[in-house]
Write a protein that binds this ligand. Structure first.
Ligand code: GLU
Length: 550
């Protein structure tokens, strides 16, 4: 059959051929085996953990093996597009330390395999579609919505599979002359794939899942919609081929259309990329595991991690534990190594649900932050505040050294404190150090009334020597306790509770409340040293004045 006229009517403006594009986008000049990966987000304004999870796999795969990682914007659905989404994607991924070597950029794009926004690639899709039509591998379908409904109803009645295929594909075998007539009349059409008759099953070697045997595709799927815009299926094949992508890391929701995709690659004589279908991100909801949901789980959005101020290193570290099951064991053996030294492997990625656990992320984050120098934590907190807590940003920025000194509390010990997790939490944790944010949040210990507290604090102030070392200072507190009827050691009090008003811990609790406004805080002596004598004395004095009102 000759489809020349049909193809000419379908694509009157297609100027270049596939052969031309093969020259425009030559094989990449990379060492053999160097992977080219890509992220293909749709600019809907919602960037989620799944994007980051896939992107980290893409990035590691490429950069660990001398390849490159590119950003392609899949913007074929104009209705869902949100302005500024591309910038948001680049900046969110950049925050987590993922940088693209090529592709869409904030100020345009970089690289020789573009354009990297699908809407700017119309000519390319048309050129490939034209050749498919010419070879009879694609055909125009003029079926109206109404006709498609009729087909569906008939399929339902006959107990047949739904869809546009085989005998149900009304326009699959339209004589070229009729198709040409309808095109000349300007009838609207979609371009459909003419699914070849082939073996009932196809085999694909998935980079994550291994050998997959799937039912072959029989559907004449839509390649170009009636407005000429490609479907995901078609655009992905054309783009991944001409961008010379070697590994397609994408969500498992695409597994069902994989047979159609490989069919198109094969029919065009193009080398298939290695498909790597990642698994769903799950969470525990009570006793059950379920898919993370956009509506129910704020932690699905990357915005959540930016707002809460998770450190990029912590998020990457945690995600790597989810990506590769052997990462944690590696980390035990290489405590100080950079994450990039870990030999990431696709084969170690799970195929049956990756459990995402915020508590575990928090634990990982505590450990990661414990390894960062205090000045870096201070800088990080200031940057977080600048974008996420503007009312505190100026104060933190002018007091950066003070913040660093606060962050250093308890870190000189062999077993350093691990209580810093993320920006918002760090800020709440340390805000009492600033007079602007200090309030008394907790009550006095139950066994100590306002009058007693006043008395203890007055004496404490009289005895306080800011230059005393930690042990000397604590000896003073014990003395103060003993002189006022409190046991010097909690165990003495336990043995003979009737002999004391309480123990040294109660006395410290009053001092702690005066200094921090809280029942729990890091080491008191260190707090005073960091706050400075004047601020520490002022807080104690204020408590003496106001003890009755708490
Ligand atoms: N635009 C597609 C999505 O957001 C990309 C899938 C792919 O990576 O191939 O789901």
């Amino acid at each position: 059959m000759n489809y020349e006229k049909t193809a000419a009517l379908l694509f009157p403006r297609a100027a270049k051929t596939i052969a031309d594009y093969e020259k425009i986008y030559p094989r990449r000049d990379l060492p053999a085996g160097a992977p080219v990966t890509r992220l293909g987000p749709s600019p809907t304004g919602f960037i989620h953990l799944g994007n980051l999870y896939g992107a980290l796999a893409d990035e590691r795969l490429a950069h660990q093996n001398g390849g490159l990682f590119l950003l392609r914007i899949e913007d074929t659905d104009e209705k869902r597009e949100v302005s500024g989404a591309v910038e948001a994607i680049i900046s969110a991924l950049g925050y987590f330390g993922l940088h693209f070597d090529e592709g869409a950029a904030e100020d345009g794009e970089k690289g020789a395999y573009g354009p990297y926004r699908q809407r700017r690639r119309t000519e390319l899709y048309q050129a490939v579609a034209r050749e498919l039509a010419l070879r009879g591998l694609a055909y125009p379908c003029f079926c109206s919505e109404e006709e498609l409904r009729e087909i569906r109803a008939a399929q339902e009645k006959a107990g047949a599979n739904f869809g546009y295929y085989g005998v149900w594909a009304r326009h699959r075998d339209l004589p070229p002359a009729e198709a040409e007539r309808r095109l000349e009349r300007g009838e609207p059409f979609v371009l459909r794939w003419r699914a070849p008759a082939e073996a009932a099953e196809i085999a694909v070697e998935d980079g994550i899942r291994g050998r997959l045997v799937l039912p072959a595709n029989e559907q004449d799927i839509v390649l170009l919609k009636s407005n000429g815009v490609p479907t995901y299926h078609f655009a992905h094949v054309v783009d991944d081929h001409f961008m010379r992508v070697t590994h397609v890391v994408r969500g498992e929701e695409w597994l069902s259309s994989l047979p159609a995709h490989v069919q198109i690659f094969d029919a065009l004589g193009w080398e298939r990329p290695v498909y790597c279908h990642t698994t769903l991100l799950l969470k525990m909801d009570g006793e059950v595991k379920r898919k993370l949901s956009k509506r129910r789980d704020p932690e699905l959005a990357l915005e959540y991690y930016l707002q809460e101020g998770y450190h990029p290193l912590a998020v990457r570290e945690y995600l790597m534990t989810v990506l590769n099951s052997n990462f944690e064991e590696w980390r035990l053996r290489h405590a100080d190594a950079k994450l990039e030294e870990f030999p990431f492997s696709l084969a170690k990625m799970g195929a049956s649900g990756a459990l995402f656990d915020l508590n575990k992320l928090n634990d990982v984050s505590k450990n990661v932050l414990a390894t960062l120098p205090p000045a870096e934590i201070a800088g990080f907190l200031c940057r977080w505040a600048a974008s996420r807590k503007p009312e505190a940003a100026a104060l933190l920025a002018t007091e950066k050294d003070y913040v660093a000194a606060i962050a250093a509390i308890g870190r000189r010990e062999a077993n350093p404190r691990k209580d810093l997790i993320r920006g918002a939490q760090i800020f709440s944790f340390i805000r009492f150090f600033f007079d602007e944010y200090f309030t008394v949040e907790d009550p006095l210990p139950e066994n100590i009334g306002a009058e007693e507290a006043r008395n203890l604090l007055t004496r404490y102030l009289q005895n306080y020597d800011h230059s005393a070392g930690k042990e000397e200072w604590f000896a003073m507190v014990k003395r103060l306790a003993a002189e006022n009827g409190y046991a010097e050691r909690p165990k003495d009090y336990k043995k003979q509770p009737e002999a004391y008003k309480g123990h040294v811990g109660d006395v410290s609790a009053v001092i702690r409340l005066a200094l921090s406004g809280r029942k729990n805080s890091p080491d008191l002596w260190e707090i005073q040293q960091v706050m400075g004598e004047e601020r520490a004395r002022r807080r104690i004095e204020a408590m003496i004045e106001n003890a009755g009102s708490f």
